[in-house]
Write a protein that binds this ligand. Structure first.
Ligand code: P6P
Length: 339
């Protein structure tokens, strides 16, 4: 590691690569390309209020959600960066119904596939609320040299080799894991580099923040309703028991809870009977980070990372955050599901 205090993302990636004796630098190059694309997207996100990039791009994505121009811009930017990395043979993103196969000889030799939500929380773009990019990296299953197959993208979350998010907020941060802890890098605009700012992030074992959209309360399962009332009424904590914080942007809600302790819940609702969040490019990467930071993530019954995906845009129910808070929520779910 260099002898000055500033450690850039690329220096850190290369330094940590030395811990993998057989690493040839492919994953390192891939992570660096994601960091570069994040800086390009960050530049546009920061200008969103100034140039005519706001507003619908006039199309809807596979979720039937109106695509904001920034969604499309972020999707195109990350796809171009990953195609240029020569390490990735294909990518599945929220904005594309099918897998984006790069189909060049160079890309077909890529050992990795990526799943990504290029701009999560985009309904918040117009009101200047923090939004984010979420990504997972897997080794491909199909033979190197061929086009990727759908099976490459339907691997359990336990097979991730890396996962992370970029949060475009009061500052822009990239947080990622390669399975050896979680580290956070804050973008220093004066030098245009992500610099190590949160080394080896560990989430508090317990917390006092619960994050759920209580507007859907009447449609929640009984166990969720009872857990929310427990948070609101329990006296088993000193002074004020719990506080409700919900931004409506997964990356922002998760990042706050990761650092301060808390639980994020998106259960089944009347509109989303399987849950709203997508397994491949929201829940699996966030779950990997949560576990690597000492927390946990379930679908209400089982570990998110153990789920075998059935389709690219599969939705699941999601409970993630401080270990003891998720345990308590699961207790309520299990007890009242037996009623
Ligand atoms: P609701 C954004 O659309 C998102 O996917 C997550 O970022 C966020 O946590 C959730 O949906 C918000 O959903 O139904 O509460 O507006």
């Amino acid at each position: 590691m260099n002898n000055h205090s500033l450690i850039t993302l690329n220096e850190f990636i290369i330094w940590r690569q030395q811990e993998f004796p057989y690493a040839k630098g492919e994953l390192s190059r891939l992570l660096s390309h994601i960091g570069l694309a994040a800086k390009v997207v960050n530049r546009e996100v920061n200008k969103a209020g100034l140039v005519d990039i706001l507003g619908a791009a006039g199309e809807t994505n596979v979720q039937g959600e109106e695509q904001k121009k920034l969604d499309v811009y972020a999707d195109n930017t990350f796809i171009a960066a990953l195609k240029g990395s020569s390490e990735v043979c294909g990518i599945a993103t929220e904005e594309n119904h099918e897998v984006v196969v790069f189909d060049t000889e160079l890309a077909n030799d890529g050992k990795y596939i990526v799943t990504m939500d290029p701009l999560d929380g985009s309904s918040n773009i117009d009101v200047n609320v923090s939004i984010g990019t979420i990504f997972s990296i897997y080794r491909r299953i199909s033979p190197v040299g061929s086009e990727p197959t759908t099976e490459d993208f339907l691997q359990e979350g336990t097979k991730q080799v890396a996962a992370g998010y970029i949060i475009y907020g009061s500052s822009t941060m990239m947080v990622y894991t390669t399975g050896h802890g979680v580290n956070g890098f804050t973008l220093d605009p004066s030098i245009g580099e992500f610099c190590l700012s949160h080394r080896n992030i560990t989430t508090p074992e317990d917390g006092a923040i619960y994050s759920v959209n209580e507007g859907y309360y009447t449609h929640f399962p009984t166990g969720v309703k009872k857990y929310i009332k427990y948070c609101q009424e329990t006296d088993d904590k000193s002074s004020r028991p719990y506080t409700s914080r919900y931004i409506g942007s997964l990356v922002a809600d998760f990042h706050r809870n990761l650092l301060k302790g808390g639980i994020y819940i998106y259960p089944e609702t009347e509109q989303h009977t399987e849950g709203k969040l997508r397994l491949l490019y929201e829940c699996n990467p966030i779950a990997f980070i949560a576990e690597q930071a000492g927390g946990q993530a379930t679908d209400g019954h089982q570990r998110i990372l153990d789920l075998k995906p059935q389709s690219l845009h599969q939705r699941v129910t999601f409970y993630t955050g401080s270990r003891l808070m998720v345990d308590k929520a699961m207790e309520f779910l299990e007890f009242f599901n037996r009623q």
